[in-house]
Write a protein that binds this ligand. Structure first.
Ligand SMILES: [Zn+2]
Ligand SMILES: [Zn+2]
Length: 113
């Protein structure tokens, strides 16, 4: 049976990242990380070419931004928490609400897959 998860954070990396492969990931700005957006350990992620990167929520529901490096790859060295003063901060409340609401909306579907 296909196993479903409430959260990507419970899942081990499956993208052959040199430091995370086979392990869960809780730190998102490790300079040696090569995790892909499609890695099993990557939380639900909003890909946003408008800001040349992607955004997602960590375990504490804090919003993170990671810049894109080359197609399909991410520059985890410069992944940052979007807080006051961050260029994405003005949009962050909207994005956080969107990601949380979407996560909540998907939960009832999890066990039907
Ligand atoms: Zn990694
Ligand atoms: Zn990975």
């Amino acid at each position: 049976m296909h196993r479903t998860y409430r959260n990507a954070r419970e899942r081990a990396c499956d993208c052959r990242c040199p430091i995370h492969h086979g392990r869960p990931r809780s730190i998102y700005n490790n300079p040696d990380c090569h995790c892909l957006a499609t890695c099993a350990s990557q939380p639900m992620t909003l890909l946003a070419p408008e800001i040349n990167g992607a955004v997602f929520l960590d375990a504490a529901n804090a919003l993170w931004y990671v810049p894109s490096l080359e197609p399909g790859n991410w520059d985890w060295r410069y992944a940052t928490c979007v807080d006051m003063g961050h260029p994405q901060f003005p949009a962050s409340t909207l994005i956080v609400d969107f990601l949380r609401e979407t996560h909540r909306g998907l939960l009832p579907l999890l066990y039907r897959l």
